[in-house]
Ligand binder design. Sequence first.
Ligand code: TYD
Length: 149
Amino acid sequence: MEKTLILIKPDGMRRRLAGLSIDRLDNAGFELIGAKVVSVTEKLAREHYALLKDQPFFEELIKYIRGDFHGVSNRRVLALVYRGEDAIKAVRGVVGATNPEQAAPDTIRGTFGRITTRGQFENVVHASGNAEDAEREIKLWFEPGELVE
Ligand code: TYD
């Protein structure tokens, strides 16, 4: 059994895609064991994406995950933890490729993601990439008592 972190990003929240995303993850057989709406601080954003700090798109990415492009009332992210067999890789399969134009059409990102005219990937959801990232990210977003284990 693995645990993995999923975030419904501010574009997904603004466009009311949280329910559809949860529906797809539930129907793929994963078990939801943690959920909360978070207003993402600068510190949390930078810690979450720390491994990407040298990428040219990093500062825009911090603005995106904090909701800067989606209006004051949409400064919201829905943080979820799903559990299941081989969940990290399998959830990435449901979520699709990073670039929404390359994501398979039946994935969350392939169905709902877009690239803005500024070149930002608005890909609706985040999902942990590997076991090490999943452990680090779950600790960052949730207190141990907030998960039903
Ligand atoms: P990354 O961790 O590489 O991908 P993933 O989210 O699939 O694990 O990148 C983090 C986010 O950064 C990605 O979801 C969208 C954004 N991003 C861009 O805006 N442009 C890019 O060229 C890349 C690679 C990512």
